[in-house]
Design a protein around this ligand. Structure first.
Ligand code: ZN
Length: 280
């Protein structure tokens, strides 16, 4: 099953994608659907709400207000090499706030305080059931499904301090969506999918999600030892090699450029980069 959060006249609605139409569900977004009880999948499958042609609707960010957004740094060997880092013994975790999140086709706002905005195509994991101290063997039972994220990053701000956060949570920079593909579609296994990123049609990243250093079960289990993962929480699993900052010469996003992030079988983020308006 594919789920999305779509924009309606009243705001937003969770929806099930049936072929080329969205069936509206009785929740404001996919995050609140997942938080509405352990039988969310049965209810979403059975729902018979109004059906609207997909071409008539825009998608909003898939999970607009997750309790937590947890991101993995340094989780593909190719990216670790290009960033000149050592292979970590433990997952490198950082966070984002929900103000950074945008929909699959919304503009990526390039902040005027940075001229080093870079792309990071990533597999997104959305939590479906609370997870606390779960083993690796049971961890995938807590995953609702998978989506596409671009962890757009201000490299200059990321490097100002040892902590990554300030470069990672600029407002309206991080597209998430367009859909959540439920975990059962992958037979309860970690998905092994083709992941690509292009800028103005030129391929800049291309990998497979199975190349993750710490896999999805590792990450869910590890984080669940720290804090309870809640339904609707979003995990960005890290990016492969090919970021603009790892190139010679270095390349960064510019206003007007089109950033496309695709994961086979899940969908595509297509975002135009725009310069932030100056408030003062
Ligand atoms: Zn990232």
């Amino acid at each position: 099953m594919k789920l999305a959060t779509v924009r309606t006249r009243a705001g937003t609605s969770a929806a099930r994608l049936d072929g080329d139409a969205y069936v509206l569900l009785d929740h404001a977004d996919v995050g609140s659907l997942l938080a509405s009880g352990p039988d969310w999948q049965e209810r979403a499958t059975a729902a018979k709400g109004p059906s609207i042609a997909a071409t008539q609707l825009q998608v909003a960010t898939l999970v607009p207000h997750p309790n937590k957004i947890i991101c993995l740094g340094l989780n593909y060997a190719t990216h670790i090499k290009e960033m000149g880092r050592d292979t970590p013994a433990h997952p490198t975790l950082f966070a984002k706030y929900d103000g950074a999140l945008i929909g699959a086709n919304d503009p990526v706002v390039l902040p005027y305080v940075s001229d080093r905005i870079d792309w990071e195509a990533e597999l997104g994991v959305v939590v479906g059931r609370p997870a606390r101290h779960v083993s690796k063997t049971r961890a995938l039972e807590h995953v609702a499904g998978y989506t596409v994220v671009n962890d757009v990053t201000a490299r200059d701000w990321q490097r100002r301090t040892r902590e990554f956060l300030s470069g990672k949570t600029f407002e309206n920079t991080t597209p998430v969506g367009p859909t959540l593909v439920t975990a059962d579609e992958f037979g309860g296994k970690e998905p092994d999918l083709d992941l690509r990123c292009t800028v103005d049609g030129v391929e800049v990243q291309h990998s497979r999600t199975s190349d993750l250093l710490f896999g999805i079960a590792d990450i869910v289990s590890y984080v669940s030892d720290i804090i309870t993962l809640q339904p609707g929480d979003l995990i960005a699993t890290g990016t492969p090699g090919g970021v603009g900052d790892g190139r010679d010469p270095k390349v960064y996003l510019r206003p007007g450029q089109e950033l496309v992030t695709v994961i086979e079988g899940i969908g595509e983020l297509r975002n135009t980069c725009v310069a932030e308006e100056r408030l003062h």
